[in-house]
Ligand binder design. Structure first.
Ligand SMILES: Cc1cc2nc3c(=O)[nH]c(=O)nc-3n(C[C@H](O)[C@H](O)[C@H](O)COP(=O)(O)OP(=O)(O)OC[C@H]3O[C@@H](n4cnc5c(N)ncnc54)[C@H](O)[C@@H]3O)c2cc1C
Ligand SMILES: *[C@@H]1O[C@H](CO)[C@@H](O)[C@H](O)[C@H]1NC(C)=O
Ligand SMILES: *[C@@H]1O[C@H](CO)[C@@H](O)[C@H](O)[C@H]1NC(C)=O
Ligand SMILES: *[C@@H]1O[C@H](CO)[C@@H](O)[C@H](O)[C@H]1NC(C)=O
Ligand SMILES: *[C@@H]1O[C@H](CO)[C@@H](O)[C@H](O)[C@H]1NC(C)=O
Ligand SMILES: *[C@@H]1O[C@H](CO)[C@@H](O)[C@H](O)[C@H]1NC(C)=O
Ligand SMILES: *[C@@H]1O[C@H](CO)[C@@H](O)[C@H](O)[C@H]1NC(C)=O
Length: 594
């Protein structure tokens, strides 16, 4: 996710120095800031996400934050808030979701943080199950399981997520095998604390197992059912994997994408559409006695020098301001080449990359995130998106497109690139479009069919009224994926427009709402945002001047774009139903700029 602008040949050297410094200072990193800040005594609080910015740039308020240490304390806290009829929300140590899921309604709500609820409670080696408190991070789960020679086979790629949070949003890795890549597919038991009537003491624990239908609601819940206290996951014996990246031209990507996921258990594809290249992750299980102690410490998730991040950001700011599409494309080529040469953070033995395949234990190859490590270093290094420094700042559009239509979607994107060959270099500066396999789920808010999830990360200006380069192409891809091809949003990412009528694409949404009504009839865990996402309230988009630039709306009038800067609301080029902010009068505009 590191953005590397850098014009011309400079980029390459710049990136090399990032790598060098990262290795030198690798142990020193400033841990991410606590997303919850209170004025005193854990009262009068604000909450944001790990990027320091929700899609509408607001900050949320809460009257107080509570830190349960045990399930018992959690029950009494939910009971106390329920007795008061207070709105509440579960919050996590890092708050990695982009949309406003974590905000309680209003300003006098209660945040219940799982920061101290992170114990690994039980590991049953025979049954291959692990029970953890909901604030345990993916990193803890993976490493504790490995100590008992067990593995959670498919997970997100970033260590910093909590079990409660990643279940809340349906987070996943990449696989079409078995039950697929979503962590919720491995949940065999879950304890959730919900409000209750006075006769039950205002709160109760519901203990769900695989035989309870309600588990299909609770395992992807957007946090609206209550606070998950414990989760039991089904594991597998620890195994080894063999990973090779192969880069090819993308002319047959539409066909390859359909078969590749069936061929390799941990397959994913990174697509560089403007470079017309696709990088295939050939990643499969191998016998445990195969030699190799490889590791995958994804470079953008390592502690990164804040001074370098500032240079990279400034470069991209300038490229945007001067409409320097060439500069972006040269930067993208340099970055892609440098990352490839550094094998993206893969090593064959924990120190050096000597060549493919990289063979290692699954717990060392699936996820990473050393920039989380705490050792205060006065911001010498941070996670690249840390909002306290001048670092990366982006929009992230993430949706899954069903395998039945994904080839057409890919080909439509390719047609757009044919029309505007340089348009997607900005995505390549953010390491390309990550394509990951996900499977149809029994979760009511899980995927409805086998699909490919497309993750697109791209420049966001600090000024909400600034249009971005090739704004229209990005918007057309977004609307095409969602509305022409029926894409399903990642609940924990995305801009407002992506959720427009999304709930209508889930045939079991009514079942989810019935469980919500039963568990939390007063909607204490619901907010305006979750009601809008679940189709219970209008107003998911915010219509105002410039709203389409931030994805708060789909433009219908020019003022939703940036007419004074030459961007007007027009139809898409391939998907005519799209309404996008298109740059006009390029010539006169450029002259005015100069
Ligand atoms: C660097 C980075 C990499 C990422 N990589 C991936 C990836 O590879 N795959 C992927 O799918 N996603 C990925 N994501 C997105 C991520 O999975 C989601 O944003 C995830 O929900 C965040 O988890 P969290 O613990 O930070 O939860 P939060 O964002 O804090 O919370 C998410 C929701 O869950 C609810 N919640 C949290 N805990 C509980 C609980 N105990 N009980 C009930 N509800 C709860 C919250 O109220 C909120 O509604 C990534 C995000 C980042 C920042
Ligand atoms: C903070 O809490 C402590 C103990 O609960 C209490 O003694 C103190 O008065 C509180 N301070 C404020 C400013 O509310
Ligand atoms: C809450 O905090 C804000 C600033 O963070 C401050 O302006 C306000 O006075 C505080 N309110 C109370 C009741 O303490
Ligand atoms: C419930 O209300 C009481 C009295 O106003 C207050 O002391 C307590 O903190 C509230 N509990 C929660 C969880 O908000
Ligand atoms: C929760 O349910 C499971 C499965 O039905 C059961 O084995 C377990 O004992 C229950 N736990 C509690 C604390 O009731
Ligand atoms: C892409 O690669 C294939 C072989 O894999 C080749 O046949 C084709 O000509 C290439 N296309 C381009 C545009 O280079
Ligand atoms: C690995 O183990 C299998 C079965 O135990 C054996 O047949 C094979 O020769 C071993 N391979 C190596 C490389 O040791």
């Amino acid at each position: 996710m590191t953005m590397l602008g850098g014009s011309k040949g400079m980029s390459q050297n710049l990136f090399k120095s990032i790598l060098v410094f990262t290795f030198l200072y690798g142990v020193l990193s400033n841990p991410p800031e606590d997303p919850i800040q209170c004025s005193s005594n854990s009262t009068n609080c604000t909450i944001t996400n790990s990027y320091g910015m929700f899609p509408d740039r607001s900050t949320c308020q809460a009257a107080q934050v509570l830190f349960p240490n045990t399930e018992e304390e959690l029950v009494s806290m939910v009971a106390s808030a329920a007795r008061n009829k207070s709105k509440m929300k579960a919050a996590t140590r890092f708050s990695h979701s982009i949309p406003k899921l974590v905000c309680p309604e209003g300003e006098d709500g209660v945040l219940i943080s799982t920061k101290n609820l992170k114990t690994i409670l039980r590991i049953d080696v025979e049954a291959r199950t692990m029970t953890v408190e909901s604030g345990a991070t993916l990193r803890q789960v993976i490493s504790e399981a490995a100590r008992f020679e067990l593995a959670l086979p498919y997970t997100p790629y970033w260590w910093g997520l909590t079990i409660g949070g990643l279940l809340g949003t349906g987070a996943h890795g990449s696989s079409l095998w078995g039950k697929g890549s979503a962590v919720h597919e491995r949940v065999v038991g879950l304890r959730i604390v919900t409000p209750a009537g006075s006769e039950e003491g205002y709160a109760k624990v519901r203990n769900l197992s695989e035989s309870d239908e309600d588990l299909n609601a609770a395992k992807v819940s957007l946090g609206v059912l209550g606070v998950i206290s414990q989760v039991t996951l089904k594991l597998e014996p620890l195994f080894k994997r063999s990973l090779t990246y192969v880069t090819k031209n993308d002319s047959d990507l539409g066909d390859q994408a359909l078969t590749f996921g069936h061929q390799h258990e941990f397959a994913d594809i990174t697509w560089f559409p403007s470079q017309r290249k696709a990088m295939y992750r050939i990643d499969d299980r191998v016998p445990t006695n195969t030699s190799g102690d490889g590791r995958y410490e994804f470079i953008p998730f390592r502690p990164t020098l804040s001074a370098e991040l500032a240079v990279v950001r400034t470069t991209e700011d300038i490229q945007e301001a001067t409409k320097d599409a060439n500069g972006k494309c040269l930067g993208a080529i340099a970055l892609t080449g440098t990352l490839a040469a550094a094998a993206y953070g893969l090593t064959n033995n924990g120190i050096l990359f000597t060549g493919y395949p990289v063979i290692g234990f699954s717990n060392h190859m699936q996820s990473s995130g050393t920039c989380l490590d705490s050792s205060k270093d006065a911001f010498i290094t941070v996670c690249p998106w840390d909002s306290r420094i001048k670092g990366t700042f982006f929009h992230q559009t993430a949706f899954s497109v069903g395998l039945s239509v994904v080839k057409n979607f890919i080909e439509d994107v390719q047609k757009l690139v044919d029309l505007e060959p340089k348009s997607l270099c900005a995505i390549e500066l953010n390491n390309g479009i990550l394509m990951r396999y996900v499977k149809a789920s029994s979760a009511y808010l899980g995927k409805t069919e086998d699909a490919i999830d497309f993750d697109m990360t791209y420049y966001r200006s600090k000024d909400p009224l600034d249009p971005r380069l090739f704004e229209d192409i990005y918007e057309e891809i977004e609307q095409m994926g969602l509305f022409k091809y029926g894409g399903l949003p990642h609940w924990g990412k995305n801009r407002n427009l992506v959720f427009v009528e999304a709930i209508n694409k889930y045939p079991h949404a009514d079942k989810f709402l019935r469980v919500k009504q039963e568990y939390d009839p007063q909607g204490l865990f619901s907010s305006e945002w979750t009601d809008q996402v679940l189709g219970l309230k209008q107003g998911i988009t915010i219509v105002k001047d410039g709203c389409a630039l931030e994805g708060l709306c789909i433009c219908s009038e020019d003022r939703h774009c940036a007419p004074s800067k030459g961007y007007f609301c027009r139809a898409g080029r391939i998907y005519k139903e799209a309404r996008v902010c298109t740059r006009r009068e390029e010539e006169s505009y450029l002259r005015a700029e100069l």
